[in-house]
Design a protein around this ligand. Sequence first.
Ligand code: ZN
Length: 81
Amino acid sequence: MLRITGGQRRETGPDGEYVTRRIPGAAATKVYRCPGCAQEIPTGMAHVVAWRPYGDGGDRRHWHSSCWERRSRRSPRAPRY
Ligand SMILES: [Zn+2]
């Protein structure tokens, strides 16, 4: 499937594949709780939304950009190159 909308991309992390989208600060109009650090993401802060590529997207989570980056680097298993 080659259709890409809204700057989505696939990322493979230690716990599988995710689709991610960068949310600019101007579009962050709600407060979310980041699953990476359990802190709130205030409105107006650019962040990352991630969800599984399968399913209906109901599992999407909002992450701080830094928490998302840290998560993908903190691989408990051997990284695949
Ligand atoms: Zn966080």
